[in-house]
Write a protein that binds this ligand. Structure first.
Ligand SMILES: [Zn+2]
Length: 406
């Protein structure tokens, strides 16, 4: 049995129930074999032992909403133009590059919420075969959207009930891991309107039902209450963005809708991209733009939702404007500030809660029997999330992908 022993100053197990001091994590055959607090007899360990003094062991991070094909350029127009212009080889190269960068910052699993054709699936499969380095990827292919609707430029347009059915089945045939729909318009696509629903309730439910029929979960992009009720009624596993917006500048948390989300164990995917990172971008704040001011109302409604007890994950939407995937830590730090979360709450949202949200029970925790997806960071992220920017080791399924001397 190929064994690896890891020791560090402390361990965050993914739940935050307790910080374990001086942990000894034993990995065998790609899985976590045991988590103890003292070294076992040397004779019981035949493999390698790696010590990380001053460091913390955590479960591999999970970003539940990224776009590997997008280039994180300065404007949405530039991103859309780049995708339209790039050759197939260039699109694949960017997905591969972003995947490699993701693993380097500790992301051992990402859920890709929208790409071109079956390109993300191709890279997902190459990573799974061990041909290239990257996190495990869950892919939706392209998101289902309307003519000129949000992300129509990714190529999966469906307007009528029948067209939508066809699009969902087509994605399943292209071997996706989940289905994604744009239930409202989005900020990136000027021809769409975030305040308007793109589909009626029946059509929206049909997509989630087709997913369930194939044993796949589904995700709905929702930027206003115009589609929140129908996305909750359709029981989408995750409501991406989950904006409680009722008018352009007004957000209103609705406890009745939130109660239904809790009853159905749905997750809100809260987005920490672009303007949501204002706390770390003084230049942005100085501009005093309306979208930055609007953030106060958005975060207040999300804070109410969290206090009410709705489950949530924190994602970066990496690939959109000014949101490169290697800045994952910055998104998590912004969540701490803006949503008034403790560091442990942030860490739970991007580990155990994220795994549960996207239906991967084998990971998200450092616990015997789970997959050995581990990140080691310098310092104590349960006190200061800035430690997430100092990743010294990443292991996926028991294999080291990065290890720097401490
Ligand atoms: Zn997105």
């Amino acid at each position: 049995m190929n064994q690896i022993l890891l020791t560090a100053d402390r361990l965050f197990d993914g739940t935050g129930a307790a910080t374990i001091h001086r942990p000894v994590v034993r990995v065998a055959d790609g899985k976590i074999d045991s988590v103890q607090t003292s070294l076992m007899q040397p004779a019981t360990c035949t493999g390698e032992r790696v010590d990380f003094p001053g460091c913390t062991i955590l479960p591999g991070f999970i970003d539940t909403h990224v776009h590997l094909v997008m280039g994180a350029l300065d404007t949405s127009a530039a991103i859309i133009e780049q995708i339209g212009r790039d050759s197939e080889a260039q699109l694949l190269a960017r997905i591969e590059d972003n995947a490699r960068k993701a693993l380097r910052v500790g992301l051992t699993t990402v859920r890709d919420c929208g790409g071109t054709k079956n390109h993300v699936q191709q890279i997902r499969d190459r990573i799974a075969r061990g041909e290239i380095a990257g996190p495990d990827i869950l892919a939706c292919g392209s998101p289902i959207t309307t003519t000129l609707g949000h992300c129509h430029w990714l190529g999966l347009v469906a307007d009528s009930f029948e067209e939508v059915e066809h699009a969902a089945h087509r994605m399943l045939a292209e071997d996706v891991d989940f289905l994604k729909v744009m239930a409202t318009g989005g900020n990136m696509t000027p021809t769409s309107d975030p305040m308007k629903a793109q589909y009626d309730a029946r059509t929206l439910k049909r997509i989630a039902d087709i997913g369930r029929g194939a044993n796949k979960h589904s995700a709905a992009h929702v930027l206003s209450q115009a589609a929140l009720l129908s996305a909750i009624a359709a029981n989408y596993r995750t409501i991406e963005h989950c904006d409680w917006r009722v008018e352009e500048w007004r957000y209103q948390f609705d406890p009745e809708l939130a109660r239904k989300m809790i009853d159905q164990n749905q997750f809100a995917g809260l987005t920490m991209s672009g303007f949501a990172r204002r706390a770390f971008n003084p230049n942005l704040v100085a501009l005093n733009l309306p979208p930055i001011q609007r953030m106060d109302a958005r975060f207040a409604s999300e804070r109410q939702m969290i206090e009410f007890g709705v489950r949530y994950t924190l994602h970066t939407d990496a690939g959109v404007t000014l949101c490169p995937i290697e800045q994952f830590a910055l998104g998590m730090r912004a969540a701490e500030v803006e949503l008034k979360l403790t560091p442990s709450e942030v860490l739970r949202a991007c580990t155990s809660s994220a795994a549960e949200a996207i239906c991967l029970p084998d990971r998200g925790m450092v616990q015997a029997g789970k997959r050995a997806d581990l990140v080691v960071v310098e310092g104590d992220p349960t006190r200061d999330l800035q430690a997430l920017e100092k990743v010294c080791a990443v292991m996926k399924a028991g294999v080291w992908y990065h290890r720097s001397p401490v």
